[in-house]
Write a protein that binds this ligand. Sequence first.
Ligand code: PLP
Length: 765
Amino acid sequence: MKGHKAPLIIYISGLYSGPNPSPGVGIARSLRQAYPEAVLIGVDYSNRSSGLHWSDFDDLWLQRPWNELDLEEYASQIRTILNTGALWISGLDLETIWLAQVIGEHPNLLIPPLHSLLQTMKPAIPAHNGLPVRIPPYVSTLLPDAELHKFCRKHGWPIWVKGPWYEAMQAESWRDVTTAVSRLAETWATDSLFLQAHVVGYEESIAFCAFQGQLLGSVYMKKREITPEGKTWAGHISEVPTEILEPLREIVGKLNWTGGAELECVRDVEGELWLLEWNPRFPAWIHGATIAGHNLPALLVECATGARALQSAPLAEEFTRVVLEIPVRPSYPLPPLPEPVANQRGLSFKHPSGMPTLAKGWRSRLADMTHSSLVMPTSQELSDFGLDNRDVPWLGQLLNDLARIDLEMETPCWLFFDSVARYIFQTTVQLTKMSDIIEFKIAYSVKTNPDKRLLELAKETNLLAECISQYELEKCISVGFQPEDIILNGPGKWWPGGLLRAYPVHALFCDSLEEMSRVVELLKSGMKLAQVIGVRIRPPQILSRFGVPVSSFDTFRRLVNLIKSLPPDYAFGLHFHIPSNEIGMKSWWSLFESVVRWAKAIQVSSGREVQVLDIGGGFFPGDLQNEFMSKVGRAVKQVRQVLPSIHEIIAEPGKGLVQPAMGLAVRVLEVRRSRSQVIEAVVDGSIAELPEAWHYPHRVLWLDPNGEWKVLGRGSSLILGRLCMEGDILATGVDLPQELKQGDILIFCDAGAYDRSMAYAFGRG
Ligand SMILES: *Cc1c(COP(=O)(O)O)cnc(C)c1O
């Protein structure tokens, strides 16, 4: 008779049930179906965890927050509980890791052993070996900013910032990256963070349970509806495909896995599966699997205890969530309202189970683990900071230029790095020799920095100049450019005056149908405006205010008619300009291919050959010379296959040529310390002189007492501008040297593009 047996007692932790829920409630619902008589005891560390009030829990064991718990005492209480025969199913990642460390393997503790947990740590997730999944590219945030920025440019936005335990933040810009890195480092008390490329696709998960290395059951779940945080709201349950199940069974055996698990994946557009996380616990949607007839928590308990579970009949393959109001248990009233100001960030709702406090208290032992698992950068890579960076092939030139600056200068002061500029222009111009089937031209974008010295250098190195106004055109002519060295672009190229001050220019690209029809009229009236007449196109799916939106049928038809009316004695060209440093090089290349297809469509419909392709600018320094250079040969061949008529390609780099060519020298006004550590320095420069301070990393040099230039590494100090403005912060997360003093000179490098041209006068009376 059942009555003789001691009742099944099961502790279940992780009860928060909000928009980013823990699995406790789902586990309890599933176990209740299988074991109506079992005693289910909910465990949590905060009275804010709403699942405390879920009626399937017969009792609660509410703990003090992690930072107030006597962890040794708590561990010994749990040991006693397990020894009396009760089971423990953890729904909290960090609790699982802590239990694996302090209690280790116990037949009633239904969590994986410590050595297997190490195999599941992000980002490498070594346990995935053998599964038909891949791990998205990632990089440790311990690497220099320049490397991280390069990673972002390569993979494009968004980028994920992740810790080794839990939580990921999506970054849409460099500024987001720096904010997310400091936020996560603070929350989880770790610097073992990493950036990971985003994979576009559908989210799919595998949940399983195992006991001492034996796979007991598994399901495949396709998310059908997700919350803004990316959490499951509805899903479809099916069997795990054999090609995953077989290797999974073997891996689970090798890991000697016990407990629940969830593998979170994304299936990309090509059908490839990418593994993002391997959680060492049941997912919060686990009751959705039970609804589909796969009660994984019950399978686990059945195997661990031998107690027969009632079968759950499959009700549906699909499940959805609803929002429910339930009574609050009178003995656990709602906590008092938090102070409105303190709760501004809503942190208490984000991590109600207080895992961050455990992360802090348990910091050193967790750190040991993360350092062993995260693929850490080598000390060589770390010492390659800034000035020795592979990204700075012009180091010799820079040191040369630095040796020549006048240290008595008034600050803030713009420094022109002449040899650096020369070096970059000269290496970039090599690109023009890359193909003998196509003429490759480089036009310097004047607006990026119209400094006369740069224009002269562009002229000297035989570049063309790309202008967006008549003022720019005039300035170019004044430094010696001929009209046929000029490319005119943008919506304001006729301004001021409405007439070209010199022509025929080399190429003129119309920004709209209206402009195109005006140009056709002028050409017909006999004005030879340019050798190449073209149009800028706005590719579909790109948010831009520029160019002709070719994806609209009506616009396309009007464009084609205008092209047909273009007098035959002009070459016809197409142009696009979508900065690769914003969308990432990978997307840029897809865009390039898409533009080539549009060019073909335009050529076929208009009967007019496309002879010139202008690919715009927007390349970060180094990207044109490396990333672009390595692929352009193949791209040219493709272009020629689709459009044999193209004989000229133009690139219009701006910042890629000149960003490293200037620096901003500032002096330290005040050094601020806390517990004798330098935490902040106020300088006499500001965002008025460095308006792009937040947009990409700038290397900061400091002239040390020996007169040597040192690059500031990563740290936790701030460089504040002189303005009385909250936003006037020039650098965060830098390592300010102990010897830094008032009057010292710092140089913000990489300020030769829009920092210089868009600087403004402010706060000077
Ligand atoms: C601004 C601009 C460029 C140069 O952009 P960078 O980001 O400085 O490389 C090139 N082409 C056009 C049409 C532009 O408007």
